[in-house]
Ligand binder design. Structure first.
Ligand SMILES: Nc1ncnc2c1ncn2[C@@H]1O[C@H](COP(=O)(O)OP(=O)(O)OP(=O)(O)O)[C@@H](O)[C@H]1O
Ligand SMILES: [Mg+2]
Length: 348
């Protein structure tokens, strides 16, 4: 009875602490939170410090529209913690939110949390410490590529190789998995955020129009394209003229955006090709059958699967619900925790 009660109050959770989005998976319940990794900060009454005004979706709605004393920040950058204090507060807020929703967790939970495979020991420690400071009793780390593969439903335990490419906001993770482990893993800091940045710079330099982050992301989602077959018409974009500071609009085509994105996409392709070059030959042979699976929000960029397929001569498929794969995979690793630890990183 006591055990059941403790279990009830301390349901363990898995967190996909992403650069763009944070998802929380609760054992037995699935994904119960999915919000932007954003925090709105306001100058406090003393004028010296800052207090948290809003977190997650509520903070995102303020993006680019705040008065001077309020700023919306993203405490994660390039897949790692850029602002330790704010990240800790954000994790605390999300844990409290799911606890309130489910009226659970008077005892701090076990947390499985993912990190990019390229993150340093110091960066991993920072993520772990954030979760501990947020109230976790025990924190386990899993590499994002592994979590993505598990969440995408790849046969990770099998002796046949699978390849996953997870394109998030901050990092693109390339992983080759066989027999429950990562045979090859690489992470580059070129992903969705870089594409937004490239779009912003292109529109400023070619059209003299300043746009905000939210508009750049919207352009990418609506008319962003990686391959001519996937071009998707035109879009009217509004912003501020760099010349006279007045509101201005321009119409941009999908093919123009494709041209602007090409260098960044080429870097992703290079990372994938490098993974193929460094994969042991027996496993390479498997990949000819199994192909490449794309996860993460970046997988939804129009034409990206076709572009990668043409560059590698392999079949490329987009996982079901690519934005949820890492969280699902972290959750499945959590479910395995009691029985074995094979999926977890050795970081302590
Ligand atoms: N339809 C779409 N087309 C192109 N990009 C998209 C689309 N939908 C979402 N994205 C992009 O996907 C990214 C977010 O993906 P995801 O939530 O997987 O990242 P994350 O896990 O937060 O980041 P990371 O794993 O790098 O820490 C954002 O850059 C977003 O703009
Ligand atoms: Mg991610």
């Amino acid at each position: 009875m006591l055990k059941r009660l403790l279990g009830f109050f301390s349901s363990s959770i898995a967190i996909d602490l992403g650069t763009a989005n944070t998802l929380v998976y609760m054992q037995g319940k699935g994904i119960i939170l999915n919000e932007p990794s954003m925090v709105a900060l306001a100058v406090d009454k003393s004028g010296m410090g800052k207090k948290i005004l809003a977190v997650g979706q509520a903070a995102k709605t303020m993006l680019g529209k705040t008065p001077g004393q309020i700023e919306v920040i993203r405490p994660m950058k390039d897949g790692v913690i850029a602002d330790f204090n704010v990240t800790e507060q954000m994790i605390k807020y999300f844990i409290k939110k799911v606890a309130n929703q489910k009226r659970l967790m008077s005892v701090p939970p076990t947390i499985v949390i993912c990190v990019p495979c390229g993150s340093t020991q110091v960066e991993r420690r920072a993520i772990k410490d954030s979760a501990l400071a947020a109230g976790a009793r025990r924190v386990e780390i899993i590499e994002e590529g592994m979590a993505a593969a598990i969440g995408a439903g790849l046969p990770v335990e099998s002796p046949r190789a699978s390849m996953v490419v997870d394109i998030g906001g901050g990092t693109t993770e390339v992983g080759v998995i066989s027999l429950g482990g990562l045979v090859y893993a690489n992470s580059i800091r070129v992903a969705g955020d870089r594409l937004d940045e490239v779009i912003t710079n292109h529109i400023r330099s070619k059209h003299g129009l300043l746009i905000g982050d939210a508009t750049a992301e919207e352009v990418k989602k609506q008319i962003g394209s990686a391959h001519p077959d996937a071009d998707n018409g035109e879009m009217e974009i509004r912003g501020r003229s760099v010349y006279d500071g007045l509101p201005k609009k321009v119409t941009i085509s999908s093919s123009e955006i494709r041209g602007a994105l090409s260098d960044a996409l080429e870097q992703m392709i290079t990372a994938v090709k490098q993974a193929l070059e460094l994969t042991p030959p027996e496993l390479s042979a498997d990949l000819m059958d199994s192909g490449i699976v794309l996860t993460g929000g970046g997988a939804l960029l129009r034409g990206l699967a076709t572009l990668i397929s043409q560059a590698t001569h392999l079949e490329v498929i987009i996982a079901e619900d690519p934005l949820l794969c890492v969280a699902k995979g972290c959750g499945m690793a959590l479910d395995h925790l009691a029985s074995n630890n094979v999926y977890l990183s050795r970081t302590r």
